[in-house]
Design a protein around this ligand. Structure first.
Ligand code: SAM
Length: 359
C-alpha cells in the first residue's frame, strides 16, 4: 500500500500548530457573520446590562427563535465574546465587550468593521475572477454592507480624533475654520467626516464630493438628520475634477489609495486650494516596507486592500493601485510629485496616518 512520504525535515509539531491556528481562523471568519447577525438582530444590545441570561431569555428579549439564540450564544462563548457559567447555564456579556459591540460612540466600536469585512467576503468570488485578468471592481459595485460598514467603522474614530487631534495638528487650520473657511471633503462616502466637521465649525462651509452617487444620496440624508444641511452640501464628482477653487482646506479620508489616479487627484487638490490652503490626507496606518506591516492591523488592511482597495483603483483610469498599506514615503512622493511644497505626517492612531500637505 502506498504511503505518503513526509520530507525528512518536516516538523510535525509546527505543522499541527499551524493547522490548529487555521481552525481558530476559520472560527473567526465564520464569527464575522455571527457578529453581524448579533448586531442586526439586536442580540448584543439585548445582552448589554442584562446580567447572566439563558438562551430563552435572550430569545424573548430580542424576539428571535430560542434554538438559534442558544447556538449563537455557544459560538460567542467559544470565541470569548460572552462568558458562560456551566452551573446556571447562563451567558453574560462582559462590560468591555458590551462597549465594543454596542456603544456606537466609543472609538472601540466594532460592528462596522465586521459589517464591511462580511460584505468584502461576500463579494470575494468576483475578486477571485478579477485577479485572473487584473480587472478592477469599483467601490460602487460592492454590496451595501461594504458601504454602510465602512461608514460605521470609520465614524467612531473620526468622532474621537478628527476635531480634537487631527485638525489642530494642521498649521493654522482651526482658527480659519472657527472664523469661516471653505472646505472640500473629497471621497467623502456617506459624509461622516464632513458632517462632523460641520457640527464643530458652524461658521464654515463644507462640500463633500464622491464619485459614487448612492453614497452622495446617503450623505445628503446624514446632513439633514444632523441639522447641518445649511452649511454642508454633497455632490457627485470625481477627485481629479471636482468643482470649486480657493478652498482653505481639502480633506481626504481613507480614499486616496482607492483612486485610480491619486497623482492626478493630488494635482487637482493643489489647483483647487487657496495659496495658503491645506490638504489633509488621512490614510490607513502603514510603514513603508512590507515587513513593517506584518502585524494584526497590517494584516486586516492587506486583506481589505486585496478585496476592496486594489480592485477599486484598478477599475479606474490609470489604475495605480497604491494599496491600503502604501506607507508615508509613497504618499509623500504623490504629494511632492503633484507640486506640493511641504509634506509631513502630523498625527496618527494605530489605524491612521494623518498627512498635511501645503502649496
Ligand atoms: C473607503 S471609502 C471612504 C469613505 C469616506 N471618506 C469615509 O471615511 O467614510 C473610499 C471612498 O472613496 C470614493 N472614491 C474612490 N475613488 C474615487 C474617485 N476617483 N473620486 C472620488 N471618490 C472616489 C469611494 O466612492 C468611497 O466612498
Amino acid at each position: 500500500m502506498a504511503t505518503v512520504q513526509e520530507p525528512a525535515s518536516l516538523d510535525t509539531d509546527k505543522l499541527m500548530s499551524f493547522v490548529f491556528r487555521a481552525v481558530d481562523e476559520v472560527g473567526a471568519t465564520l464569527n464575522t457573520a455571527l457578529v453581524v447577525m448579533g448586531d442586526k438582530l439586536g442580540l448584543y444590545r439585548a445582552l448589554n446590562g442584562a446580567g447572566p441570561v439563558s438562551p430563552a431569555e435572550l430569545a424573548r428579549r430580542a424576539g428571535i427563535s430560542e434554538r438559534y439564540a442558544q447556538e449563537w450564544l455557544n459560538a460567542q462563548a467559544a470565541g470569548g465574546y460572552v462568558e458562560y457559567d456551566p452551573d446556571s447555564g447562563r451567558y453574560v456579556l462582559p462590560p468591555e465587550q458590551a462597549v465594543a459591540l454596542t456603544d456606537e460612540n466609543s472609538p472601540a466600536y466594532l460592528p462596522g468593521l465586521f459589517q464591511t469585512a462580511l460584505g468584502s467576503v461576500l463579494d470575494s468570488p468576483r475578486i477571485t475572477q478579477a485577479a485572473k485578468t487584473g480587472a478592477g471592481i469599483g467601490w460602487h459595485d460592492h454590496v451595501h454592507d461594504v458601504h454602510e460598514g465602512c461608514e460605521r467603522f470609520f465614524r467612531p474614530g473620526y468622532n474621537a480624533h478628527l476635531v480634537a487631534e487631527w485638525l489642530p495638528a494642521l498649521a493654522g487650520v482651526v482658527p480659519k475654520l472657527q472664523a469661516g473657511a471653505r472646505v472640500a471633503d473629497v471621497g467623502c462616502g456617506h459624509g461622516a467626516s464632513t458632517v462632523l466637521m460641520a457640527q464643530a465649525f458652524p461658521a464654515s462651509k463644507f462640500v463633500g464630493y464622491d464619485y459614487h452617487d448612492a453614497s452622495i444620496e446617503t450623505a445628503k440624508q446624514r446632513a439633514v438628520s444632523a441639522g447641518v444641511d445649511d452649511r454642508v452640501s454633497f455632490h457627485v464628482s470625481a477627485a481629479a475634477s471636482y468643482p470649486g477653487s480657493s478652498y482653505d482646506l481639502v480633506t481626504m479620508f481613507d480614499c486616496l489609495h482607492d483612486m485610480g489616479d491619486p497623482a492626478g487627484a493630488a494635482r487637482h487638490v493643489l489647483a483647487s486650494l487657496a495659496p495658503e490652503g491645506t490638504w489633509m490626507n488621512v490614510e490607513p496606518a502603514a510603514g513603508d516596507r512590507v515587513e513593517d506591516n506584518l502585524n494584526p492591523v497590517g494584516r486586516a488592511y492587506y486583506c481589505f486592500s486585496t478585496l476592496l482597495c486594489t480592485p477599486s483603483s484598478l477599475a479606474q483610469e490609470v489604475g495605480l493601485a497604491l494599496g491600503a498599506q502604501a506607507g508615508e514615503a509613497r504618499i509623500r512622493a504623490i504629494a511632492t510629485g503633484a507640486g506640493f511644497g511641504s509634506f509631513a505626517r502630523v498625527a496618527g492612531t494605530p489605524f491612521n496616518n494623518v498627512f498635511e500637505a501645503r502649496p
